[in-house]
Design a protein around this ligand. Structure first.
Ligand code: SF4
Ligand code: SF4
Length: 329
C-alpha cells in the first residue's frame, strides 16, 4: 500500500556511517543543514537495529503528519509522493566513517591537519553489516555509497565490497582518489553493480599537483583507463566517472576543463561529475552574495562542452544548486 506525503529516501531507509556517529544521511549544504543523528558518539559497538528502525518510524510518522524536521529544510531530496507503507528496512547506506587518504586536496576538510586525519582511529563496519544482512533488514533496490577518506586504503574495503556484491547489493558507488587500484572495484564494475567516481580536479600534471598536493597524475589516469577497460563489455552502461571540483581562482579556467574532458574521453570514460568547492559556496551563502559571472559562464560552458563530447554529466550538490538558481538548463 502507498501513502502520499513529503519525505525523502534517506530518512525512510538510509544510514550514514560517520567518524563518531551514525546519521540518516550525509546531506548538509542546504538551508536546514542536515545532521539528523541516529546515534551520537558511536564507536563501532553492536547496533540495536530495533532502536534505529523505531527512530526512523518516529521521523516518518512526523512526515506523514506534515511535520518536517527543520534540519531538512531546503534539501532537494524532500519530495511529495507516494511512499510504500511497509515494515522498516534499509536500502541506502553511506560509508563515511574514516578520514585516512592517499591524496591531500587543498579543499578537503582534512587539510587542517593531514597527519592527524591520516592516523585518526575508525571503527569496523563489517560486523554490523553482516548482522544487517543476517537479519534481512537490507533490501537491494537502493544504493550503497563510499566516501571518506579514501575507500581503497580502508583495511576492510576489499572484504566489504566483495561481501556486498556476493550478498545482493545491486548499486554501489565508490568515491576514490584513483591513486590505488582496487580489484574489488574492478569486479563490481565487471558485474555491472558498482560505479567508481575518480577525483581528477585537473587536466594537467601541474594543476593536479597544485590541487592534490601529491605527484600521482600519471598513476591516476593509468588506473582510470584500467577501470574503464573493466566496463568495456557492458556497452552503453556507465560505471566509471571522473570528477572535477571547481575551486574558484585555482582550477576554474576553460583550458584546464578542456584538457580534463579530453583525457576522460581518451581513457574510454563516458561520464563526468561536477561540483563547486563547498567552503566557497558556504561563505557566499553566509555573506548572501551572488556567484561571480565568470563562474556561471564556466558552468554553462561545461554543460555545453559535455553535450558536444557526448559525455554524461552528473551534477553534485553545489553545482546543481547553481544550475537551478541561474537556470542554466
Ligand atoms: S531531507 Fe535531506 S537532510 Fe533530511 S533526511 Fe533527507 S537527505 Fe537528509
Ligand atoms: S581525495 Fe577526498 S578525502 Fe582525499 S584528500 Fe581529496 S577530498 Fe580529501
Amino acid at each position: 500500500m502507498m501513502q502520499e506525503y513529503t519525505s525523502c529516501h534517506w530518512l525512510q531507509h538510509g544510514l550514514s556511517f560517520e567518524n563518531d556517529h551514525i546519521e540518516m544521511c550525509c546531506l548538509c549544504c542546504h538551508k536546514g543543514g542536515g545532521r539528523l543523528y541516529i546515534k551520537e558518539n558511536y564507536n563501532g559497538k553492536d547496533v540495536n537495529w530495533d532502536e534505529i528502525l523505531n527512530l526512523k518510524e518516529k521521523f516518518i510518522n512526523d512526515n506523514k503528519n506534515g511535520i518536517i524536521d527543520p534540519r531538512c529544510e531546503g534539501c532537494f531530496n524532500l519530495v511529495n509522493r507516494g511512499w510504500e507503507d511497509t515494515k522498516p528496512y534499509i536500502n541506502y547506506i553511506h560509508f563515511n566513517h574514516w578520514t585516512h587518504c592517499n591524496s591531500d586536496c587543498i579543499y578537503c576538510y582534512t587539510k587542517w591537519d593531514k597527519k592527524a586525519f591520516n592516523s585518526r582511529p575508525h571503527y569496523k563496519v563489517m560486523p554490523m553489516i553482516k548482522d544487517l544482512f543476517k537479519r534481512k533488514l537490507f533490501r537491494p533496490d537502493g544504493e550503497i555509497t563510499f566516501a571518506g577518506g579514501e575507500p581503497t586504503i580502508l583495511n576492510e574495503f576489499e572484504e566489504l565490497v566483495t561481501f556486498l556484491l556476493k550478498n545482493g547489493a545491486e548499486r554501489i558507488t565508490v568515491h576514490s582518489s584513483g591513486i590505488k587500484y582496487s580489484k574489488a572495484i574492478e569486479k563490481g564494475i565487471k558485474e555491472g553493480k558498482l560505479s567508481v567516481c575518480l577525483s581528477a580536479d585537473s587536466g594537467t600534471k601541474e594543476m593536479y599537483k597544485t590541487v592534490k598536493r601529491v605527484d600521482k597524475f600519471d598513476k591516476f589516469w593509468q588506473n582510470a583507463k584500467k577501470y574503464a577497460k573493466a566496463q568495456e563489455k557492458l556497452e552503453n552502461k556507465i560505471y566509471v566517472e571522473t570528477k572535477y571540483i571547481l575551486i574558484p581562482e585555482i582550477n576554474t579556467n576553460k583550458e584546464e576543463i578542456d584538457k580534463w574532458m579530453e583525457l576522460t574521453v581518451k581513457s574510454g570514460i563516458k561520464s563526468i561529475v561536477i561540483d563547486i568547492e563547498n567552503d566557497y559556496c558556504k561563505e557566499l551563502r553566509a555573506k548572501d552574495e551572488e556567484k561571480p559571472q565568470y563562474l556561471i559562464e564556466l558552468c554553462n560552458y561545461i554543460i555545453q562542452r559535455a553535450k558536444e563530447l557526448n559525455l554524461n554529466l552528473v551534477e553534485y550538490n553545489n553545482f546543481r544548486y547553481l544550475v537551478t538558481e541561474y537556470k542554466l538548463i
